[in-house]
Design a protein around this ligand. Structure first.
Ligand SMILES: Cc1ncc(COP(=O)(O)O)c(C=O)c1O
Length: 1016
């Protein structure tokens, strides 16, 4: 019998025991498989888990609340044998605690066992805990060492760190997880989101590469990204790559926010000593070349936060680990604001609300203070001194906060914005564009981009995203369209005018692009192209290793690494060889279109901007956004313009609470972003799975799948057809404890996202198709979800509503939504059952309206000829703007001139919309004076200066929506009088030919193509 003693002394005694034994309980393969199958058979709840963290929670939960109180020996045993595989990844303390539990159960001490298990369960709860031992902020530190049983006399760093914490007294801030092989270590990083720091110990023997236990075989379906982040680096080591370098790089690829430390025997730094070179026999190299980061040469010491010497003991290491975590937790601006709020300050500034003074004096508005509490008003300030800082000229707390944000989001620089991404976009556009620069822009982009181009005088060339007519929404812009457009500009000698590509990533509806591929192929054609990825909805993506590869910042960093390593020239040469040419310029358009291009590292520069509405997906107050800059030429070419643009759009009274929330939101993601994003994905997959499985819900509602949202020509990976598909989902819920349950959604997610496919669907955007219920999206949103059930959603289309999960989504919310969908289905079912024939006929008509008779989405037509691309001199083959396929691709236009022309009422005429259609059909040209934006879908079907097509008018006539911005139903369609545009002088003349400089010689005058002619 174990004596009851405080956890700490219990652990301390057991750590001594542990030293005598292998680090992790190793089970023979046979033992594991047999045990596991029988365990899984008993534990139904496992089937619903997508990630190891949730599985752990579920198992501890059921143990504490069911199996232990009911003395269920079989199920307890089954649970413990599954936890046996998992807990070692959360620290040797957890393995020990499990063994203690096992002993207690064996000795029939059920109550004690339950108390013990309860302690472990508490680490998952977010409720306030008095129990310091189990507080959820306890994190993990991984120590990577060679197996001790090699007879190594190396001092055990993990053990010393534990002793250190023990001798310091108080609750230990972290658990030590010891890993003895590369595979085990990488696997642990992938599954244990609680790891904040890793210590790699200098070793007499190289770290083993082999699998340390049977975990992967049994839990592969719960480990997303194994092939890419674990198997691939191991293969590289087998091929002779440095063990330590490869290990460190792989860790950084997965979790860049983890601090890395090394402990060396000698005073020579570990990596400089050349130790740890791969010594194992090379394995056949069968890497998929299409979409990988380069494994080429790099200096791994860049990944290390600090090196320590073994001889010095480990107090400094321990303090550095703890300090590193505190640094991530620190919120420089929020902390400064709190300090400021505490100070007694007399306010003689123009801020009556400051310190709540104007409210205290009021007899009427005390409820304002009652609701928000005093702190809000104490923190309201307009001071830029006294510890606070100025957003417009940051030198203190705001500067520090922005620098930490840049580090956390993988940027070179980050700028806080207090007026949303609407403003962030305008700042970036104004910073990088001059009048008459051409911008290739997603036609379905947010309206801030259009207005940004009006402001800068740049010429948008709208690119059509692929349409999803059945759902009245757009997908993404195909890479083929982008490449063909660039080549068309090149053919017309205007490529130098094309400055920027703006793409939405991901779209409202969850279409995510292949950022790295888009950049690589575009830079092969135009090496200095700037990219702006509008990631208004996608700030969380950087914190999941698989998602990160398809973000602006994540892809920019990989691309730069690839271009600078020796792999860059190799890949470029391979690409030329494949085309049979010596330079890209020699290749025909056909060949270029059919080749996966890679840019010339001698010329290509990485110039990437991402704008994110932090407030949309992370912890931040409304309007809190960030601009992330990852531009090699920023200091040289953009800095001054950026400052001006930032000054143009930033309020001189920015809201401090928004800034503080951005600071806190950053800190949260640096510490727990990985775990939270996994939870967000898990909630979405659970919702998708259960909605598809529920027969009643499925009768009237359907969650759209990859197959619905991404046409097959834009996805090559065959497995995509099986992703989120009803049959698979149905099968998934009947999973048997056999090989079936190993192929759940997470693996499919990984295979798709890591492929070279152009588009993938973010499962956390859940488009519920309501067409079969006869209820349109807007009605379902307002009358059903909001009014009946109090559920708030954002976007609707004609026949769909969009749900999205976020880092705050709870399991209870998912359960509630499913319950409401079921209730709605039940109500429709009941109503139909008792309807008359006529009522049913009408219901069917409504369904037909929404499912069969969708008006086709109109493509962008063209700008009026006085505003469109330059005339004959710059025109291509056959004196037209058509490319070889007969499509008009060079179609930039002047947005600014018609925008201002339309301010003069005498320039405009009004048409009844049907009358306008007749005029067009009779050959008359009607040109829009303003943006016409129907809600939904919310993108402009016409912009100022655009020739209205019959398709656009037919769409507007058939579109049954209440809100159409820019179209006053009473006044009619506002168009330019023909004589007004006839008198406009075209602005964009052909550019002088400019030779591109080598990437490293790029400077302001060459990198920024100069506008050929600027309208006064
Ligand atoms: C793609 C996109 N970009 C930018 C924005 C504007 O973001 P914010 O609301 O933060 O101004 C939105 C808003 O819906 C958006 O959908």
């Amino acid at each position: 019998m174990l004596p009851t003693m405080p956890m700490q002394s219990l652990l301390s005694r057991q750590w001594t025991d542990l030293k005598q034994r292998p680090f992790r309980r190793k089970l023979s393969r046979q033992e594991t498989s047999q045990q596991l199958v029988s365990s899984v058979e008993q534990l139904e709840s496992m089937k619903d888990c997508f990630f190891c963290h949730t599985l752990r929670y579920e198992l501890w939960e059921v143990l504490v609340n069911d199996y232990l109180p009911n003395h269920n020996l079989n199920k307890t045993d089954a649970t413990l044998s599954i936890l046996d595989r998992l807990e070692g990844f959360w620290g040797d303390e957890m393995t020990l605690s499990l063994e203690t539990l096992r002993m207690l159960v064996r000795d029939d001490k059920w109550t004690e066992a339950q108390k013990n298990a309860n302690k472990n369960l508490k680490q998952f709860t977010y409720r306030h805990l008095d129990d310091e031992e189990a507080r959820p902020t306890k994190y993990c530190v991984m120590v990577i060492v060679a197996p001790l049983d090699k007879g190594d006399i190396t001092r055990d760093v993990g053990q010393e760190l534990r002793s250190m914490m023990h001798s310091k007294g108080g609750p230990p801030p972290y658990n030590v997880v010891t890993c003895t092989s590369v595979e085990e270590a990488l696997l642990c990083v992938l599954i244990n989101s609680d790891i904040q720091a890793i210590v790699v110990q200098d070793l007499q023997h190289s770290i083993n590469c082999e699998n340390a236990n049977a975990f992967v075989e049994d839990f592969r379906h719960l480990v997303e990204g194994y092939d890419r982040f674990v198997a691939k680096p191991i293969k590289e080591i087998h091929n002779g790559a440095s063990i330590h370098g490869t290990l460190l790089k792989a860790i950084k690829m997965m979790r860049p926010e983890i601090h890395l430390y090394t402990v060396t025997h000698s005073q020579t730094p570990l990596l400089a000593s050349g130790k740890g070179q791969g010594t194992l026999a090379p394995a056949p190299f069968e890497e998929d070349e299409r979409y990988v980061d380069s494994s080429g040469d790099f200096d791994p010491s860049i990944f290390i936060n600090r090196e320590f010497c073994q001889l010095d003991g480990h107090l400094e290491l321990h303090d550095t680990i703890v300090q590193g975590v505190k640094e991530k937790q620190a919120c420089p601006f929020f902390d400064a604001l709190k300090r400021y709020a505490e100070k007694p300050i007399g306010v003689f500034h123009a801020l009556a609300i400051s310190r709540g003074n104007s409210i205290h004096k009021s007899r009427w508005i005390g409820h304002f203070m009652d609701f928000y509490g005093m702190n809000l008003f104490k923190a309201e300030s307009s001071s830029t001194c006294g510890g606070l800082d100025s957003l417009l000229e940051p030198h203190g707390a705001i500067k520090d906060a922005q620098e930490l944000a840049a580090k956390t989001f993988g940027a070179h620089k980050t700028f806080f914005v207090t007026n949303g991404t609407s403003t962030a976009n305008k700042i970036v556009l104004q910073a990088v564009l001059k009048p008459n620069d051409v911008v290739l822009v997603d036609r379905d982009c947010h309206k801030s981009h259009h207005y940004g181009m009006v402001l800068t005088g740049a010429r948008p060339c709208y690119l059509d995203a692929y349409p999803l007519h059945d759902f009245s929404m757009y997908g993404g812009v195909p890479l083929e369209t982008i490449k063909r457009t660039l080549l068309a500009y090149k053919a017309q000698g205007r490529l130098m005018q094309v400055k920027l590509l703006v793409l939405t990533n991901c779209t409202f509806d969850g279409i995510v692009i292949n950022v790295q591929r888009v950049m690589e192929e575009c830079l092969a054609i135009k090496p200095d192209l700037i990219f702006l990825f509008d990631e208004a909805w996608y700030a969380y993506a950087y914190f999941h290793p698989i998602y990160r590869l398809r973000t602006g910042m994540g892809a920019a960093n990989i691309l730069r690494h690839n271009l600078r390593s020796s792999d860059g020239p190799r890949r470029h040469t391979l690409c030329l060889q494949q085309m049979g040419v010596d330079s890209i310029d020699e290749a025909s358009n056909d060949v270029l279109m059919n080749t996966r291009l890679f840019p010339d590292p001698a010329h290509a520069v990485v110039r990437v901007y991402a704008t994110q509405s932090t407030h949309k997906s992370l912890t931040a107050l409304r309007q809190g956004s960030m601009i992330h800059v990852n531009d090699d030429l920023f200091s040289q070419c953009v800095n001054a313009a950026f400052t001006e643009a930032y000054f143009t759009h930033t309020s001189t009274s920015p809201n401090y609470q928004i800034l503080a929330s951005l600071d806190v939101g950053r800190s949260q993601m640096a510490l727990e972003g990985n775990l939270l994003v996994k939870g967000q994905i898990e909630a979405a997959l659970t919702l998708r799975r259960h909605a598809a499985q529920n027969a009643l819900i499925a009768k009237y509602f359907r969650i759209l799948t990859v197959r619905d949202m991404i046409p097959s020509q834009h996805r090559l990976t065959s497995t995509v057809d099986h992703f989120y598909q009803e049959e698979v989902l149905k099968k998934a819920v009947q999973l048997k404890p056999s090989s079936d349950w190993k192929s759940a959604d997470v693996r499919v997610l990984e295979r798709l996202w890591l492929s070279d496919d152009e588009f993938v669907l973010d499962p956390t955007r859940i488009t519920l198709y309501t067409g079969n219920s006869g209820i349109d999206g807007d009605t379902f949103k307002v009358k059903w979800l909001m009014e009946k059930y109090g559920i708030q959603v954002n976007k609707t289309s004609r026949n769909s509503v969009l749900f999205q999960t976020n880092i705050g989504t709870t399991s209870s919310a998912i359960m509630y939504l499913l319950q409401c969908l079921e209730k709605a289905a039940l109500e429709i079912d009941g109503t139909l059952k008792f309807s008359s024939d006529r009522e049913r006929e009408l219901h069917q008509r409504r369904i037909d309206d929404m499912t069969i008779r969708a008006p086709p989405l109109p493509n962008f037509s063209e700008f009026h000829k006085s505003l469109g691309p330059p005339q004959p001199a710059a025109r291509g083959k056959n004196n037209t703007h058509e490319d070889e396929g007969g499509e008009v691709l060079v179609r930039d236009g002047d947005l600014r001139t018609p925008y201002f022309l339309a301010f003069d009422e005498s320039h405009c005429a009004y048409y009844d919309i049907k009358e306008a259609l007749e005029c067009i059909n009779n050959g008359q040209e009607l040109v829009a004076t303003s943006f016409i934006i129907p809600y939904p879908p919310g993108f402009p079907v016409a912009v100022p200066g655009q020739v209205l097509s019959a398709a656009i008018l037919e769409f507007l006539i058939r579109l049954d929506v209440k809100e159409v911005h820019g179209l006053n139903a009473e006044l009619g369609l506002r168009c330019f009088r023909p004589e007004v545009l006839a008198s406009v002088t075209p602005t964009a003349g052909p550019p002088a030919a400019v030779q591109l400089p080598a990437a490293n010689n790029m400077n302001e005058s060459t990198a920024h193509s100069t506008a050929p002619s600027v309208t006064p």
